[in-house]
Structure formats: C-alpha cells, structure tokens
Write a protein that binds this ligand. Structure first.
Ligand code: C2E
Ligand code: MG
Ligand code: MG
Length: 716
C-alpha cells in the first residue's frame, strides 16, 4: 500500500487514481501529523510525501519517520518542485529514498514506484540475512575476518571482535598475534605470512589468552577470497571458539586413557607409551625393564573388608608407587621428561611399571628394593592396619621380547612364577637373571658380615719415582677374602657397598687400616711411604668424612703427609662449592689428594685449577695404548703438560711393559705404578718387596727396534 501525502486535494486524487489504475492499494494524508498517524496505523509499503505543506513540511515528516525504528527503512519518495536543487538536496539530507518532481508524470509514476519497492524489498531481505548471519555467528561463536595484505589492519566481524575481546572492528597483525599464547604464536604467524605472501590457505587450532587471563581455544581458517586485476588478493577467514569441544575431547581422552580410581594411566595408554618407549630404546640401544606387579591375596581383602575398602587400598598403593618411582634417579632424564608417568594400573589389582635405560641388573634390583620398602609399612584400612605384599614379574627388553605384547606376556608369566614361589617376591622372566640377582643379593648380605668377620684385607701396589727409581708410595686396594675361599675384587663389591650404604663403614675401615699399616711399617724401620686410599664419591659427600680422616690420623699417630686420598672426576663435577671446602679442609690437615683415572671424565683445564689437588693419575687406558699409536702419546703428553702447568705430580697407572715405561719417562711423567713393577701385594709380601727393592731394578728401556715398539715419534 502507498500513502499519498499532499495538502492539495487535486494532486492527491490524481496520484491515487493513477496508482490504483496500476494495481497499487493507496491511502492518503493531508498534513504531516496526519501522515505520521496513518503510517503508524496502516504500515504502508511506501510513502509519497509532498515537500511544501502547511504546518510540518515534508522534510520534517521524513526526518521524524527516519527516527523511528519501525520506519527507519521505509521507502519515502519526496515530491519537489521541478528544478528546485535545494529541495532535492534537503530531501537527501532528511533521509528520503528518492524524489520525483512536480508536476508528477502520472504515467511513469507507477513504474518508478514499482522499481523502488523492488529495490527496497531486496535491501530489506539483505538486512535480514545479515542479521541472521550475525546472529548465527554469535550462536556458533564463529567470527569472520577480511584482510587486504598491504593494509596494516585486519577487519573483524562483531563476533570476531568479541572472541578476541577488542572494542574496534579492526586489529593489527601484531595485536592479533599477541593474543595468541606463546607456544602457538609462531605457527599462526607462519600460516598468516604464507597466506599473505603466497596465498596459501590455512586451517589450524590454537589457544588465545584474553586480557583478563581467560584462555580460549580457536579454530582459525583463512583463504584467498578474490584476486584483483592488479594481482592483489583479499584474504578472508573465520575464527571459531571451540574451547568447549576441546575440553570435552580432553575429558574423553582422559576417560579413555586414565584409570578413574587411581588416576594412573590405564592399559591403553600404557601400551601406547610402552610402544613408543620401545621404539626410543631401539634407536638408542637402551635396555628396558617391564615390571608386572600384583597384590597378593587382594581377593581376600576385598571379600573381608568390602569393595570400597579394596578400592581404597588400590588408591593408596598407587600413591605409594607414584611417590617411589618419582624418586627413581637413574631414569634417563630425557625420557623422564617425555614420559612423566612410569606406572600404570592395568586392571584389578595389577600394576605395571617400566624402567627405561637399564644398564645392569643392579638398576632393577634398586627399584625392587624400593618397591619392597613401600610395602613394609602397613596400610590403614578402616581402623585396621593391614600388611600387604606383592608378587612381581620382570621382563627385559630386548632379551625377553622386542614388542609390547611379548614383554607384557612374559612379565605376566614371570609374575605367576613369583606367586608360585610363595608370593611376596619377584622373578625375572629369564632364569639366568634370577640366579644373577640372587647372587648379588647373597653377596650383599655377606658383605654386611664381611666387616665383622674380618674378611676384608688391603693389598698394596708400589709407586716408583722415575727420576730416582725409589719406591715412594703405594696404592691400597681393597680385597674381600670371602669365607677364606674366593678373593673378590673391588669392582664387584664396591658398587654393592655403595648401593646398600655399607660404603661408609667400609671406607672408614680402609682409611683407618691404611693409617695403621703405614704407622706399623714406620715403626718396623721401613722407609716412610705415602699410602694412597681410594675414596668413593658416596663417601666423599658424607659430612663426617673429614672428621673420620682426622680421627684415623690422630688415633694411629700417622703424620698426615703420609696419607693420600684418590678421588674421581665425578666428585669434582658435582656440587662445586662443597667439594672445594672439603678438599681445602683435607689439604689444611696435611693430607695429599690425587685425581684418579684422569681422562675418563670431563674435567677441563680451567675446571681443574680451582681444586686444591696434589697429583693426577693418568688413566690406565691411555697408558695401555701408549705403544699402539700416536694419539695416546699426544694425549699423555698433553695431560702431563697440563698437570705440570698446574703444579701437580703425574702418576701413570697400569704400566705393564718396558716400552710404556720408557715412553712415560721420556714424556716427563713423575711416578709409575703397574704390573711391570709389581701386582698389588698383601702387606707382608709388600714389606718384603720394599726391603728388596733397588732403584736399578727398574726395567731399562728395550733396545731400539726390538719387540713391537713403533717408530719413535718426532717431537711436536
Ligand atoms: P683404581 O683406583 O684405578 O685402581 C687401579 C686398578 O688397576 C686396581 O684394580 C689395580 O689392581 C689395577 N692395576 C694396577 N696395575 C695394573 C696393571 O699394570 N695392569 C692392569 N690391567 N691393572 C692394573 P683393583 O684392585 O681391581 O681395583 C679396581 C678399582 O676399585 C680401583 O680402581 C678403585 O676405583 C676401586 N677400589 C679399590 N680399592 C678401593 C677402596 O678401598 N675404596 C674404594 N672406594 N674403591 C676402591
Ligand atoms: Mg686408585
Ligand atoms: Mg685408577
């Protein structure tokens, strides 16, 4: 319907007739206020409005209609006097849709209005769909953006602006990227620049952090929308808030991969991780251990205390397992960071643990010992304390299986063997491992008694000064004469002693015995000797080390300068401040300190000079290779130069033949020790050796060209 507004009756009637003849319904108004009232009442599709009317003129009415929300988009056509440019301009300013000039061309008017109505219909439906679009964008939390590379700013839709919590509808690339969390930033920046520079489409998920700290997970997409003739393109894209979806996915993932009762990884996740860790171990040639742990008589606990109590027990067992394994120190650091969880609940009362990077059976025994420890304390179930034990089966990678399935199956078999053995114990899948483990454990138990039974003895290996050919010292080397039969070498039992904590007493005994022996020989009239005692790093870190050294010296009355301590590079590498203080104390006491097995660790020159050392022992491996090649000679030469530069005495150990001795002499080494002169000897034999020794007995260099000596090396 068309509302015709004109104060002249003639015009109104003529226009209405013409329009009705065209098929339009019409109504009329004579004044401005009447037109306003009619509009409200009749909701016309279009208003024809005369400009010049008594009272409110057409402009006023037009403006008033535009101010109301219901008629903001209503098509209004103003009728102006012809050639009245000012009126046309005014009509435009007042918000008129179009104008026609008077006298009205009645034949054209119908067509004109029909066009206008069609255009305004299109406009209305466009507005509608825009509103719908933005409404659905809001509902879908989906924003769109447009970017003309070259322009600094990216245009955001209102929803996009809301997602990024910005007030404007434009954003710079930098501001946009600053909202993205640092971990995801470079990924998005790369995608944007590839889109900008090469027109590459992208689709990725990333986190953004809003100024109030809220995190949102967005799915962002972008592509080239159009390319101009000049080759300029426009990028458009969307950002959708998928935080909820992500949280749900995480929850599903958690439910699928973790045991709800204990919070530990379940069988599924465990198998996935294990497959990964096996692949990792294969690449690095590591050994793994897989432990299968089953609570003994869990069914009985469940039956007598009820399922809730049984669940409670499982939870507590899981907690203790987690706590203990977190402390496992030999777990390779890299692997530990990647796989923080090493324990899983496979179902029922079965738990599984993997240990990466096992070097020897002792590593497994260490964990087994800890596991036994955590079941030593009873569990409080209800108001009762209950002791719980476990049976453990162990399979090793690669020897007991190269894949997850085989390893699990074999660990399970081993666990059943442990159950059959009477529970509360463990079994390795491979029988040989069981006997090796048993041997170690028996040895550990025996070692505890070795001290009381006085089965430990010291052997002494002479150290000769090359310049004079004199014996000026000896290294004390520990031996274990087990039950009067086997002579067990230190490499076999020192690691056990360190592991079980016995090293303290053992070390103290060694220092004291060495002091007593040195003192006794002096009293017997032998020439005084420096006795070197080896120190374990475990011993070194004990606070009472210095006190115990001082006490041994005081009680035996040995002058401190006759005691030397041999320490390893590993001691220097850890805890530097503490090391220097301890070494300083020993030095002030008057005790000498030598660095043993030099060259096998990673000490550097600048590192060494901070420590108050007296001597440096070249590791046997370099001495051993001395007559095999130029490289060892160069290394030995460098070590000697380095040591002398620092004012240290150099001792070469493991000297086995005259060529080595000759080379060491020529390189300026100070002292030598090795089978060439003597094996380590029991005290009495050593004393005889000492009495019989003459400097001339030091083997002389072999004649040139004899034996297998290589061509002499020209000096460098
Ligand atoms: P180390 O301190 O480097 O001792 C040198 C080792 O080389 C000794 O082995 C010695 O018998 C051996 N040896 C000496 N001359 C030769 C030679 O010419 N050729 C060869 N192939 N070997 C030679 P042993 O007695 O078996 O001791 C092994 C390691 O056990 C020692 O290495 C030391 O680290 C440790 N150890 C020995 N006694 C003690 C001790 O009382 N306390 C501590 N904590 N560790 C000790
Ligand atoms: Mg030594
Ligand atoms: Mg050594």
């Amino acid at each position: 319907m068309i509302l015709v507004t004109d104060d002249e009756k003639f015009t109104r009637t003529a226009v209405r007739e013409a329009l009705e003849a065209f098929g339009f319904a019409t109504a009329e108004a004579e004044t401005g206020p009447q037109a306003m009232a009619r509009v409200e009442q009749l909701h016309p599709d279009l208003v024809l409005l005369d400009v010049v009317m008594p009272g409110d003129d057409g402009f006023t009415v037009c403006r008033a209609l535009r101010e109301q929300t219901t008629t903001r988009d209503l098509p209004i056509v103003m009728m102006t006097a012809s050639q009245d440019d000012e009126s046309i301009h005014q009509a435009f300013l007042a918000g008129a849709t179009d104008f026609i000039t008077k006298p009205v061309d009645l034949t054209l008017l119908g067509y004109r209005l029909r066009y206008l109505l069609r255009a305004s219909g299109d406009l209305a439906s466009m507005r509608d769909s825009q509103r719908q679009l933005s409404e659905s964008q809001r509902l879908a939390q989906l924003g769109s953006w447009e970017w003309q590379p070259g322009s600094r700013e990216i245009r955001f839709s209102p929803e996009c602006a809301r997602l990024f919590a910005i007030d404007e509808q434009t954003i710079t690339e930098n501001l946009l990227l600053s909202r993205v969390v640092p971990e995801d930033r470079s990924r998005l920046a790369e995608a944007l620049s590839a889109a900008r520079d090469e027109g590459t489409a992208f689709s990725l998920d990333h986190w953004i952090r809003l100024p109030d700290g809220t995190l949102r997970y967005l799915h962002s997409q972008g592509q080239v929308a159009s390319v101009s003739n000049a080759g300029q393109f426009v990028l458009t894209g969307t950002c959708q808030d998928v935080t909820e979806r992500r949280r749900v996915e995480e929850k599903i993932h958690h439910l699928a991969h973790y045991d709800p009762l204990t919070g530990l990884p379940n069988r599924l996740l465990f198998n996935e991780q294990l497959a990964y860790i096996i692949a990792y171990a294969r690449r690095r040639r590591h050994q793994l251990a897989l432990l299968f742990l089953d609570i003994d008589r869990f069914k009985a606990i469940n039956d007598s205390f009820g399922h809730r109590t049984g669940d409670d027990l499982l939870r507590r067992v899981a907690e203790r397992l987690k706590m203990t394994l977190r402390k496992t120190d030999f777990v390779a650091r890299q692997v530990r960071d990647e796989f923080p969880q090493t324990v899983a609940r496979l179902g029922g009362d079965e738990f599984s643990i993997w240990l990466p990077d096992i070097h020897e059976i002792q590593d497994v025994l260490k964990v087994l010992r800890r596991l036994k420890e955590i079941f030593r304390e009873p569990f409080l179930l209800g108001d009762q304390e209950v002791f719980v034990s476990t049976s453990i089966g162990i399979a090793l990678y690669p020897q007991d299986g190269a894949d997850v399935e085989t390893l699990l199956k074999n660990a399970d078999t081993a666990m059943h063997h442990a159950k059959n053995e009477g529970r509360d114990t463990y079994r390795f899948y491979a029988g040989a491992m069981n006997s090796a483990a048993r041997r170690l454990l028996t040895m550990e138990a025996n070692l505890h008694r070795a001290l009381e039974r006085e089965e430990l003895i010291l052997h002494f290996q002479p150290q000769i000064e090359l310049a004079s050919g004199r014996i000026c010292g000896a290294e004390t080397l520990l031996r274990w004469h087990h039950q009067g039969k086997d002579l067990i070498m230190p490499n076999e039992f020192i690691p056990l002693a360190e592991e079980s904590g016995l090293i303290d007493r053992l070390g103290e005994w060694t220092i004291r015995s060495a002091c007593e022996q040195a003192r006794r020989w002096q009293e017997e009239g032998l020439a005084p000797l420096q006795l070197s005692v080896n120190l374990s790093s475990r011993q070194f870190w004990k606070e009472h080390l210095t006190a115990s050294v001082a006490r041994s010296l005081a009680q035996t009355g040995l002058e401190p300068r006759w005691l030397h301590l041999e320490i390893t590079e590993s001691i220097l590498m850890q805890n530097r401040a503490g090391t220097i203080a301890t070494l300083q104390f020993l030095k002030e006491l008057g005790v000498g300190i030598a660095l043993d097995d030099f060259g096998t660790g990673y000490s550097s020159l600048s590192y060494l000079k901070q420590f108050p050392l007296d001597g440096l022992k070249i590791d046997q491996s370099f001495v051993h290779d001395l007559h095999h090649g130029r490289q060892s000679i160069l290394i030995v030469r460098a070590i000697i130069a380095l040591a002398h530069g620092l004012g240290l005495r150099v001792i070469a150990e493991g000297v086995e033949n005259p060529q080595q001795l000759d080379r060491l002499r020529r390189e300026g080494c100070d002292l030598v020790q090795g089978f060439l002169i003597s094996r380590p000897l029991p005290a009495a034999e050593f004393a005889d050796f000492l009495r019989n020794w003459q400097p001339e007995m030091l083997p002389s260099p072999p004649p040139r060209g004899a034996l297998d000596s290589p061509a002499p090396l020209s000096p460098i």
